[in-house]
Write a protein that binds this ligand. Sequence first.
Ligand code: FES
Ligand code: FES
Length: 166
Amino acid sequence: MSEQQVRVRLHVNGVPREATLPARRLLSDALRHDLGLTGTHVGCEHGVCGACTVLLDGRPVRACLLLAATVDGHEITTVEGLAADDGTLHPVQQAFRECHGLQCGFCTPGFLTTIAAYLDENPDPTEDDALEAVSGNLCRCTGYQNIKKAVLRAAELRRQQSEVRS
Ligand code: FES
Ligand code: FES
């Protein structure tokens, strides 16, 4: 028997998107395969590695643990949605570049979305906070030191941006 199809409507990176999907399609697969947003990476598919982290109404979630149909009508931000429309990097992206926070880059989208949401709630982290912020994301390449530096640098860039605006 073929799987039931459902119509799912999402706001992805500020853009209304619709797709007809199998009812059990994972959000991670829907983003990558149905909506063409391959920036969201899939590693463990068990909620462990954090590579698939996206923001659901601004909060980080593991897209491999959610069915797309269960987030119908919600706002999703993927790594493709972090930079500004004119291509200006998000502070976390800029910080990863400056601090060499990536090597192969497989884990990076999940780190970027996780840290972006973390800094919205915790704009002035300590070194310990920075490590804690990424403790749920796995990276096999970097040893985490440069990622920790990138969290702190991103916080600094965000503060500089808000000073310029005020
Ligand atoms: S792929 Fe989702 S947590 Fe690893
Ligand atoms: S940069 Fe390779 S897994 Fe993190």
